[in-house]
Design a protein around this ligand. Sequence first.
Ligand SMILES: Nc1nc2c(ncn2[C@@H]2O[C@H](COP(=O)(O)OP(=O)(O)OP(=O)(O)O)[C@@H](O)[C@H]2O)c(=O)[nH]1
Length: 640
Amino acid sequence: MTSMPLSKLIQRSYVRSVLIPLLIVESALVGMYFTVIFLITDQQMALALTQATENLKTITQQQARLLDVNLQEVSRNASQLQRQLEYLYQQRPKEVSFQDLNTYQFHSNGALYRPAPGDGSALYYSSLHGIDDSRIKKAHWSEQMEPLIKGITQINPVIAQSYFNSWDSMVRLYPPLNNLPVLLGPVMDIRQQPFYYLADVQHNPEKIPVWTDAYLDPFGMGWIITAMAPIYASQKLEGVAGIDVAISKLAEQVIDHDLPWQASSLMLDQQGNILAIDPDINATLGVDVIAGQDFTDLMKKSVDRKDEFNLLSFRSSSINLFFSEFLNNGQQSESLEIDNRKYLVLSARVDSTGWQVIAMVDESNLFSEALAVEARTIRIGFIAIGALLLLYIVFIYAAKKRARQLSAKIARPIQSLSRLTSDIETGHEFRLETTGINEIDQLQENFQLMTVQLNERQQHLLESKLEGRVQQERANLMKQLSETDSLTSLSNRRKLDDILASEIGRASRYDSPLSVILGDIDHFKRVNDKFGHIKGDKVITRVAELLKQHTRDTDTVGRWGGEEFLLICPGIEQNSATELAEKIRTVIASELKVDKIKITASFGIAAYKHQDTVDSLVSRADKALYNSKQSGRNQVSVAR
Ligand SMILES: Nc1nc2c(ncn2[C@@H]2O[C@H](COP(=O)(O)OP(=O)(O)OP(=O)(O)O)[C@@H](O)[C@H]2O)c(=O)[nH]1
C-alpha cells in the first residue's frame, strides 16, 4: 500500500465522501432541470402553434365573411341599380326634348362626350353606329341615370365607379373621367368588351347581377371586380349596369393590418392572382423582387402584365407548388418553409368570388415568448451551474485548508509521541498538550503513563544493579584484602597456600613440572636494629619489587611471612628455578643497599614430586634455605 501525507488522505476522503456524491446528485438535478425546460418549451410551442392556428383561422374566416358581406352588399346595390335603370327604360318617352344643347359635344375623333362633367356623370357615345339626333336625344335622356349611378356610388364606400353601358356603346359613368373619347377611342364597341357577354341571355338567363373575375383596371385603379347587371326593357337587352369595386379599398376595410404575432394577410383570386397583399410579406414571398418596384403602384399602372401578379406563376417553384396545392385542395392551414424559416399559412374562402383570404405568420413569432422563457430559464440554469462550480471551488479550497488543519492537529501529537519514543531513554518527563480528539488524547495519556512506569522500572533496575555491583566490589575488595599483603601488595600466606594447592593439583593431574623458591633476607634483624623498622619495611618492599620485576606473569610472588618470600613457578624444572633464584640473588646483592651497606638474600629451591603436598613441598624448600643460611648466606640451595 502506497503511503501518502495525512493531509492528502483527509482531503481525498472529503472529496470521496462529500464532493463526488454531491456532484452526482447535482449533475442529475441539473440534467433534470434542463430536460424539464426543453419539455415545457416543446409543450408551450405546440400550444402556441395550436392557439395561433385556431386564432388566425377564426380571424381569416371573419375577414372572408366580411368580404362576402361587402360583396353581397355591392351585389344588392347592383340589383337596385338594375331595377331602377329598367324602370327608367320602361318610363322612357318617345320624344325627348333637348335640355341644353351645349352639354355634349363631338370630340375631334367623332365620339360624343361631355366636356365638363364637374361633379356630374361623364358621358361617352361611340361613333361606331353613327351619332344622329335620336342618339343625341338618348344621351340627353340618359341624364336621368345620373342621380341613380351617383347615388349608388356614394352609398357604398367600396364602390369605385358605377356606370351604364348601352348596347350601342353609350357610356354614362360616375365619378366622371374627362377624356373618355381619348381613353375609349372613337369607335369602341361595347359588345366586344369581355364583360358584356356576362349580360346576354345565353350566359345570364336568370338576368341577375353577376361578378366578373378580378381584373386590372385599364384606367389605373388597380385590381377591380365588377358586379355586372343586364338591363332589359321589353325583353330587349338595352345594355349593362356595372359597379366597379376597387379591391384595394375592399381589402383595406376588411383585412386587418394589425394581426396578432405580426401575421400578415394577402388575398388571392381563384387563379392565384394577388388581389391584395400586406407589404410586410412582399419580400417574404419575393413579390418585390419579381416586380422590381412598389407592387401596389405597379398594379395601378399595369394592365397587360397581369401574370406578374400571379403567385402561382412566379417566385420559386416550391412556393408555387405550395399555394397551388393549398388553393386546389381547399386546405385551411399548412406549414410553409421559405429560406429556412417556417411560416404558418391559414386561409378562408370568400364564397361569393372563390377568393382566398390568407394569413401568414412567421412561426418564430409564435414561439418567441416560449423561447424567451426558455432562454431565460437556460440562463438561470447556467448561472446556477456557475454558482455550483464556484461553490465546489470554495469547497475544495475549504476542504484542503480543513484537511491541512486537521492533519496538523492529528500529526502534531503523533510527532510528539514519536519524539517522546526516541527520547524515552533519557528519562525526561514530557507533558503533551490535549488535542480535543478523544482517541489521540487517550493514546497520549496511556503513553505518558507508560513512560512514567518505564522510567520508574528503569530506575529500580539501575538501583538494584548498582547495589549488586557495590556488594560485589566490596566482596571482591574484601577478598583481595584477605589475600594481599598490605606492605608489599603481594599475595599473602593464605593466598599462596591456595595457589600452591591449585598448582600442585594441576601438576599432579597433567604431570607437569612445578618448582617453588623460598627466599629470606639475610641478617634482617640487624637492619631493623641499625636503621629502624621503617627502613626495614622499605627493604622488604624493595625486595618485593625486584622479585616481581624478574619473574614471569605465570609465576606467583608472595610474602610467606616476615622477611620471607615464596615464588611458585608452574611449568619450571628444578634447574630453571635454580637459574631464576640465582639471577634474583645476584640482582638483590648488587642493587639493594641501606646506607651503603649491602643487603643480600638466601634461597631454597624445591621441585614438585609426586605425592607432594603444600606443606611437604614448602618444607623441603625451607630445608634448602636453611642450608643456604648455614653455608654462609647469599646463596641458592636445592632441596634433595
Ligand atoms: N622491620 C621489620 N622487621 C621485621 C618484620 N618481620 C620480621 N622482622 C624482623 O626480622 C628479624 C628476623 O630475625 P632473625 O629471624 O633472627 O634472622 P636474621 O636476623 O635475619 O638472621 P638470619 O636469618 O639468620 O640471617 C626479627 O628481628 C624480626 O623482628 C617486618 O615486617 N619489618
